[in-house]
Design a protein around this ligand. Structure first.
Ligand SMILES: Cc1cc2nc3c(=O)[nH]c(=O)nc-3n(C[C@H](O)[C@H](O)[C@H](O)COP(=O)(O)O)c2cc1C
Length: 388
């Protein structure tokens, strides 16, 4: 049984996940594009903002609830879509989704998830948001939308930053997305990680439920991973976003915006919200950190449209900074993948507890008793932008 003292912050889960997962998967999770400059900048740019401390304000409780995706949510952060979560831990998508529900927040389910929307929607209800990658075949997309409608999904996150696939050099070296079966080199990696491999031997290689009955995508997650991303619609344009808007009556959120001009187009295309994201530094190398984009994009959108952000968030202080700069909520990708890979449901629950505690302590030390107060405060009252 894992002990609380072994996991005192998010990075402890990364180390533990690397100890449990074969290198090909650990590197797939951790890696960024080319020289991984955006990946690093997503972290270092948090240091450009300092938090202001106010004292003697008689704070007993802190209310961390806030409104986004059309509801009051218990916490200002939630697990974003991460492909193949059920490969890192059997039923990983489900374990993360159920923990999110227990903590009163949504869960972003990837198009490339092992358990599909039809299996998870009955358990997760309105907390499930489906992340959509448009396939180049409109019939496949119609099938995805139909599955969402049938399952009662309220929100779709349309990911728009992957029409061009970048190069993650760790994946090239490990042949992720080019091996479709277990090669001798892969078998060796698996043998070095017996805790993960025993499950594979017992239960077999899982497949992506949404395409399991489509032989053209291949069999099992390794083959499907190679085919799924090759099939993404490279000709993704704002016209297709508008067409989706006409087809999808629910909430439509555009994920992968990194420029105030695109944020404004998303708004005029009928999106209900946007997610500022550089895909966790996995796409454009030498791009901007997402924390540096929150304020300019909030200014471009105005105060009312829902604004979320991800990429590089690891600490309660990071989340507080995003909210202070104008975000409604933060998504986290890798931290939840690490937590579920390392310790299953216990790990995900522990990660929620640690981050919620970090947020509460930070907010109270800043002299505030609710996130609503932080959101309403003029940014210069709560943050100092440090000189470059
Ligand atoms: C292993 C992995 C798989 C991902 N798969 C998807 C996906 O299927 N769909 C998607 O929209 N984003 C995907 N993302 C991007 C995440 O949703 C999110 O934007 C990113 O992980 C945020 O950065 P963080 O990991 O630093 O929190 C993936 C990220 C990782 C690390």
């Amino acid at each position: 049984m894992p002990q609380d003292r072994h996991y005192i912050n998010c990075n402890d889960f990364q180390r533990a996940a690397r100890r449990r997962l074969p290198k090909i998967f650990a590197d797939y999770i951790d890696g960024g594009a080319f020289s991984e400059t955006t990946l690093a900048r997503n972290r270092t740019d948090f240091d450009r903002y300092a938090l202001r401390q106010r004292v003697l304000r008689n704070l007993v409780e802190a209310d961390l609830s806030t409104t986004y995706l059309g509801r009051i949510q218990a916490l200002p952060f939630f697990p974003g879509p991460v492909g193949f979560m059920g490969l890192y831990r059997r039923d990983g998508d489900q374990l993360v989704g159920l923990s999110a529900r227990r903590h009163g927040v949504p869960f972003g389910l990837s198009t490339f998830s092992i358990k599909g929307v039809s299996s998870l929607a009955p358990q997760l209800g309105e907390t499930l948001a489906f992340q959509l990658y448009l396939d180049r075949d409109p019939e496949v997309n119609a099938g995805y939308l139909e599955a969402c409608r049938h399952a009662g999904v309220e929100t779709i996150f349309l990911t728009v930053d992957t029409a061009i696939t970048s190069v993650r050099e760790r994946d090239v070296r490990n042949q992720f997305r080019s091996v479709s079966h277990i090669t001798p080199a892969l078998a060796l990696q698996f043998m070095r990680r017996p805790r993960w491999s025993i499950d594979l031997l017992r239960n077999g290689m899982p497949g992506v439920e949404l395409v399991n009955d489509r032989p053209e995508f291949g069999r099992g997650a390794l083959a499907q991973a190679a085919n799924l991303s090759a099939r993404l619609d490279k000709d993704l344009t704002w016209d297709k976003v508008k067409a989706l808007r006409d087809l999808w009556p629910g909430r439509l959120v555009i994920k992968g915006i990194s420029d105030p001009r695109d944020a404004a187009i998303a708004r005029s295309s009928g999106a209900d919200g946007i997610i500022i994201s550089n895909h966790g530094g996995r796409q454009l190398d030498h791009g901007c950190s997402t924390i540096s984009l929150v304020r300019p994009i909030r200014e471009a959108l105005g105060p009312d449209m829902e604004l979320m952000v991800d990429s590089g968030f690891r600490r309660g202080t990071d989340i507080i900074k995003a909210v202070a700069l104008g975000a409604d909520a933060v998504l986290m990708g890798r931290p939840f993948a690490w937590a579920v890979a390392a310790e299953g449901a216990w790990g995900v629950d522990r990660l929620f507890t640690l981050l919620a505690d970090e947020i509460r302590i930070t907010l109270q030390l800043m002299g505030m008793s609710s996130l609503a107060e932080l959101k309403a405060a003029p940014v210069q009252d709560v943050l100092r932008h440090l000189p470059d």
